[in-house]
Design a protein around this ligand. Structure first.
Ligand SMILES: CC(C)(COP(=O)(O)OP(=O)(O)OC[C@H]1O[C@@H](n2cnc3c(N)ncnc32)[C@H](O)[C@@H]1OP(=O)(O)O)[C@@H](O)C(=O)NCCC(=O)NCCS
Length: 241
């Protein structure tokens, strides 16, 4: 159920000159980070997003610009914004990074595409008290019915909680919401083989409708101890709101 075209990179993908694929403006942003880990995550995230944009253009039969010619800025909300590379519908990307990895996924906005959302999270023990920040009472009940882990070992309970969390973060990011909206307005179900279902409620449902989302597709996969979740708000367009 994984989308065919998202890019998952580790630091080795950056090669000897990690900034070679950045535009001059992006290089200035990268150099302004004071925390080295944040800088590395940001650079790897940009690499994954640019690879995703270039892969999309290649699939469409176009010769993509060099990576430095794919420029991704940050909107005031923090959501990534791809500067136009052609006269087609806007290309929209989603980025997630951490744990030595970064994922990027690009879609054309609107009919035939929509808005992508990606999230990666490490499967590790989750404290019961934190579940209420992102799970509904019903979702929590399903999680708490499973066996917890022991000490530093994640158990089936943690595994399910992290899958739900990642799917909800991906669903949140797909709608590129302003501050004030949260994960509790995403309802999620996940299976054990990479499938997921997402339903928006409350303010995120209003936003999904305003953006023209016709349906929501979702899934997840595991890479080692990292869960990567993806959500597509089908046919949605960021300028429709
Ligand atoms: C913004 C948020 C989605 C980032 O997710 P994260 O797991 O912390 O970090 P990730 O590495 O997966 O994602 C970071 C990327 O998300 C993207 N992003 C940030 N804000 C975004 C938004 N509003 N919409 C879409 N994408 C966004 C950016 O590309 C960012 O990377 P960059 O700054 O290097 O460009 C998250 O912090 C958040 O606000 N979640 C919802 C709030 C909530 O209800 N939290 C409940 C407590 S768990």
């Amino acid at each position: 159920m994984a989308p065919p075209d998202w890019q998952l990179l580790d630091a080795a993908a950056l090669g000897e000159d990690p900034e070679a694929f950045l535009s001059p403006g992006e290089r200035a942003v990268a150099r302004a980070f004071t925390a080295e880990k944040r800088r590395q995550d940001w650079v790897l995230g940009r690499a994954a997003a640019k690879a995703a944009v270039r892969a999309l253009l290649r699939r469409e039969g176009a010769a993509p610009p060099a990576p430095a010619g794919v420029v991704i800025q940050a909107l005031p909300t923090g959501a990534p914004h791809v500067l136009p590379v052609d006269a087609g519908p806007p290309i929209v990307v989603s980025i997630s990074h951490g744990h030595g990895l970064a994922a990027g996924w690009a879609l054309r906005a609107g009919p035939g595409g929509g808005l992508p959302g990606l999230d990666l999270e490490r499967v590790r023990p989750r404290r019961e008290g934190t579940l209420r920040f992102y799970l509904s009472p019903e979702e929590r009940a399903g999680v708490l019915a499973l066996a917890p882990g022991a000490d530093d070992e994640a158990g089936p309970r943690d595994d399910l909680a992290v899958r739900l969390w990642a799917v909800k973060e991906a669903a949140f990011k797909a709608l590129r919401p302003p501050r004030g909206m949260g994960l509790l307005d995403v309802r999620a179900e996940v299976d054990d083989v990479g499938g997921a279902r997402v339903a928006y409620t409350g303010r995120l449902l209003e936003r999904a409708q305003a953006l023209g989302a016709r349906e929501v597709r979702a899934g997840w996969l595991r890479r080692g101890d990292v869960c990567v979740a993806w959500v597509q708000a089908v046919d949605a367009h960021p300028d429709r709101e």
